[in-house]
Design a protein around this ligand. Structure first.
Ligand SMILES: *[C@@H]1O[C@H](CO)[C@@H](O)[C@H](O)[C@H]1NC(C)=O
Length: 238
């Protein structure tokens, strides 16, 4: 977006100067003010079009906010959905959690059986929950939001922190979660601190599950970590 404007202005300046068609001309006061005007135009238009130090305006990053239907202030919502993934008892196939849109475009019915896209449920209950969470989340389905942060060019999730490092902007905070250690593998997801249910139905249908998880000292160095503790997380952009 920046370059075409700059080129047009440069061509205009070159044409104005060429049109004088004299070899030893002295720039008059009005020439000088024209040049100043052009410079000013270049500076302001570049700044408007490239707010992020020369990056083009069609940059930006997306991330999933697990456990919420909305995006943090400053990020645009791309879509909201329901978290899905493979069943906790499936041994093969996909391991990552998916943010499935609430307005799917569905494929055709099939007769083979290779079911891998289930809904996800929060499992935290009486005996296993991150600090501050309500037991009423148990068995509730999990929403998600895909968020577009257009002013930033990179995104990362930091496991083990609730604050971003200097120069980075916190999008949301959460607890690191995954499926239970006795079930089959899932990836780690940073589930929002103030996670909410998808709707008010809370049947125990299982599928992909979210459990809080703990640290274990040993190969994990303590300090700096602490034994058997919740793992905090934060999603940061820059
Ligand atoms: C962590 O906790 C477990 C069980 O309570 C204990 O056996 C282990 O020694 C602890 N590790 C450290 C480094 O404190």
């Amino acid at each position: 977006m920046c370059k075409p404007t700059v080129k047009i202005v440069l061509v205009a300046v070159v044409m104005i100067v060429k049109n004088y068609e004299c070899k030893d001309f002295v720039l008059s006061a009005s020439d000088q003010s024209l040049i100043e005007m052009m410079k000013h135009y270049l500076h302001t238009s570049r700044r408007l079009e490239c707010p992020n130090q020369g990056k083009t305006s069609n940059s930006g990053v997306t991330y999933v906010r697990w456990g919420k239907k909305t995006c943090p202030h400053g990020s645009e919502i791309v879509y909201t959905g329901q978290v899905g993934g493979n069943d906790h008892q499936s041994k093969g196939g996909g391991v990552n959690y998916l943010c499935l849109p609430n307005d799917p475009e569905n494929g055709q019915h099939q007769s083979y059986s290779n079911d891998q896209v289930y809904g996800a449920e929060y499992e935290p209950g009486y005996s296993i929950k991150p600090s501050g969470w309500s037991e009423s989340m148990h068995n509730q389905e999990v929403p998600c939001a895909v968020c577009y942060q257009k002013l930033r060019s990179t995104v990362m999730m930091i496991p083990g922190r609730k604050t971003c490092y200097k120069g980075w902007n916190a999008e949301y905070n959460g607890f690191l979660m995954s499926d239970h250690v006795t079930y089959n593998k899932k990836d780690f997801a940073c589930v929002d601190n103030n996670a909410e249910p998808l709707d008010n139905k809370n049947g125990n249908q299982n599928g992909a599950l979210f459990y809080p998880l703990r640290t274990k000292c040993g190969s994990l160095r303590c300090p700096p970590y602490t034994n058997e503790s919740d793992v905090l997380c934060v999603v940061c952009t820059k």
